[in-house]
Design a protein around this ligand. Structure first.
Ligand SMILES: Cc1ncc(COP(=O)(O)O)c(C=O)c1O
Length: 385
């Protein structure tokens, strides 16, 4: 007998994670591949974090500090925040889940821009809620006016991503404040700042300043996965009113973040040199890639994050496969409903060069196959620009 699965679980389309390099090389029998698909840090982890991990291994037989005392204390000092306003998560992904678990009941609505980070929608589906995706504006900015209009009595949580993934665009301060003023106070607004360390736009709402006072409940999410290079460890944090944190604490696992992750994050916060280098490599990478993509006559979306979107003259899924075969992992935006866009994160200088060379080769090969009538590239040329 098959176990019965509720319809809201059976109907879920699983999250498509960026393919790991090892898996690609095993499947295709190739080596020396590069990955620019998951917005990771190409410099590797913060060296100070690595040292801290090595030093912390002798305590691995013990459970971690479930309250994450030292890391939260450090974050509170660094950002001038109350200690009780900080909650650690197994990646900021876990905090997304905790927020939904704590505030959404069955049949309730959770709103998010579309496209934005796919996980918001997925988690709502896991838990039997109703995701309400609100399309971006034509200029690909988040449509805050439409989102405010779409609020109903069932709306419990609204996700905003700043800068947004996958567009890399930021919400302006005045727009954000106008939005908060128009949202009922009982709705929780999550400002996901996973990429905020890369942002250079001065007109950006300072997320931490909205966690108390006149505004509805705002939760700011941050991660150590991107600018700090610790994606493999799974550690992030949320900042919120202490009362909101107390609700999330009721639905979190007691030991949700590991001792090595806490030690590494603590050390990474002191590694200013690494953060500065990361920002520089990202900015240099974006400038180089914009220029090269432009030379190829392709349209791209300028970004405030460590990734950007490129419009391609073919089905993104096919280009993704053609790039994979050449050892370059990128992200097709088809699963985000953008059939002709790819997203790449900035790599090291040599990786950026390799990406551009491979993109040229893959597009040329696809065009050639297309003119010879091979099925692989039947879509090429349908919407070139
Ligand atoms: C917008 C956004 N939020 C959160 C995350 C997840 O970060 P973490 O690794 O901290 O779970 C990502 C990862 O890609 C992201 O793009």
């Amino acid at each position: 007998m098959k176990p019965s699965v509720p319809e809201h679980i059976a109907s879920i389309v699983p999250y498509p994670p960026g393919k790991p390099i090892e898996e690609l090389e095993r499947e295709y029998g190739i080596s020396g591949s590069i990955k620019l698909a998951s917005n990771e840090n190409p410099l590797g982890p913060s060296p100070k974090a690595v040292q801290a991990i090595l030093a912390a291994t002798s305590g691995l037989h013990r459970y971690p500090d479930g309250s994450g005392f030292y890391l939260r204390k450090k974050l509170a000092e660094k950002h001038g925040l109350p200690f009780d306003s900080i909650l650690l998560g197994n990646g900021s992904n876990e905090i997304i889940e905790l927020v939904i678990r704590a505030f959404m009941g069955p049949g309730d609505e959770v709103m998010m821009p579309a496209p934005s980070f796919l996980l918001y929608r997925l988690v709502v589906q896991w838990m039997g809620g109703r995701p309400v995706p609100v399309p971006l504006r034509e200029d690909l900015g988040i449509d805050l006016e439409k989102m405010a209009q779409a609020v109903t009595a069932k709306t419990k949580v609204i996700f905003l991503t700043n800068p947004n993934n996958p567009t890399g665009k930021v919400i302006g301060k005045a727009d954000f404040e106008a939005f908060l003023s128009s949202v009922p106070r009982e709705v929780v607004v999550v400002l996901d700042e996973a990429y905020i360390e890369f942002n250079t736009n001065p007109d950006t709402p300072p997320g931490f300043e909205y966690i108390s006072g006149q505004w509805p409940a705002v939760i700011v999410l941050r991660t150590f996965s991107k600018a700090y290079g610790l994606a493999g460890l799974r550690i992030g944090f949320g900042v919120m009113d202490p009362e909101i944190a107390s609700f999330l604490n009721r639905v979190r696992q007691p030991f949700n973040t590991g001792s090595l992750a806490q030690a590494a994050a603590l050390a990474a916060l002191e590694d200013d040199e690494f953060l500065t280098k990361t920002r520089q490599v990202t900015r240099d990478g974006l400038q180089f890639l914009y220029k090269e993509v432009e030379k190829m006559g392709l349209h791209y979306i300028p970004s405030e994050a460590n990734f950007f979107l490129i419009e391609v003259p073919c089905e993104a899924k096919k280009l993704y496969e053609a790039m994979l075969r050449r050892g370059v992992i990128i992200r097709s935006m088809a699963s985000y409903g953008m059939e002709r866009f790819i997203r790449i994160n900035t790599g090291l200088a040599e990786e950026n060069i390799r990406f551009i060379e491979t993109l040229r080769q893959a597009l040329a090969a696809m065009e050639q196959f297309d003119s010879s009538g091979r099925p692989e590239t039947s879509s090429i040329g349908a919407q070139s620009r």
